[in-house]
Design a protein around this ligand. Sequence first.
Ligand SMILES: Nc1ncnc2c1ncn2[C@@H]1O[C@H](COP(=O)(O)OP(=O)(O)O)[C@@H](O)[C@H]1O
Ligand SMILES: [Mg+2]
Length: 242
Amino acid sequence: MIEISGLAKSYSRGAVKALDGIDLTIRDGEIFGFLGPNGAGKTTLIKLITGILNPDQGSIRINGRGIGEHPIECKMQIGYVPDDPNLFLRLTGLEYLNFMADIYLVPQEERQERIRSLLERFDLYDAAGDLIQSYSHGMKQKVVLIGALLHSPPVWILDEPMTGLDPRSSFTLKEMMREHADAGKTVFFSTHVLEVAERLCDRMAIINKGKIVFCGALEEIHEHFRGNQSLESLFLELTGDE
Ligand SMILES: Nc1ncnc2c1ncn2[C@@H]1O[C@H](COP(=O)(O)OP(=O)(O)O)[C@@H](O)[C@H]1O
Ligand SMILES: [Mg+2]
């Protein structure tokens, strides 16, 4: 569970207000989609939840503990996939995964099996001994994804995870997100692709210019906005200029 209250964050000494009073609860057992146009504040929120950035105001609790007060405990609960997979390019896939397993204290006995099964599931087993810089964008994304899941984190936080994945990997990831949520865990992901959100999310929030403009289930969109409005027309209406 992720509980966010009164969250605000600006950049450039207050000149750019990236998040402006965000209240949001992501419950256990649901896939929660975070939608918004480019520059709306999605990545900023994710960097605050994962403790990469500190908020100007407000608080975030991960499974009941504050990220500000208990950063290490909170980070151990989280599997985080950033939007840019260009990390540790001079390591081989396997070196990177062992590095991540070290950081997240995955015991030796467990890690070999876990690395092997995830590599196989994402069809990356044969490339695991190659340098990450030789990987395609999709392969880099997959190795980062595997690294984030090695310690079996209860809370998954994925920033635009489907971008650049081929259809099979994207399908595998969506399948895993569903399994994770069905096991009573938390899945939070951002996207600007409405079709993905429409098919995958149990609930979603739409953010525009740092403010939440809608939060609820897809069915609620149809209930609240009469006339059988589609997610696309709602999105365009809520994130438009007027
Ligand atoms: N490091 C930064 N310095 C200044 N402005 C930033 C920085 N990072 C993001 N921003 C600005 O904050 C706003 C939100 O950005 P971001 O959270 O990356 O949005 P999204 O992920 O939804 O595209 C944008 O206006 C962006 O230009
Ligand atoms: Mg972003």
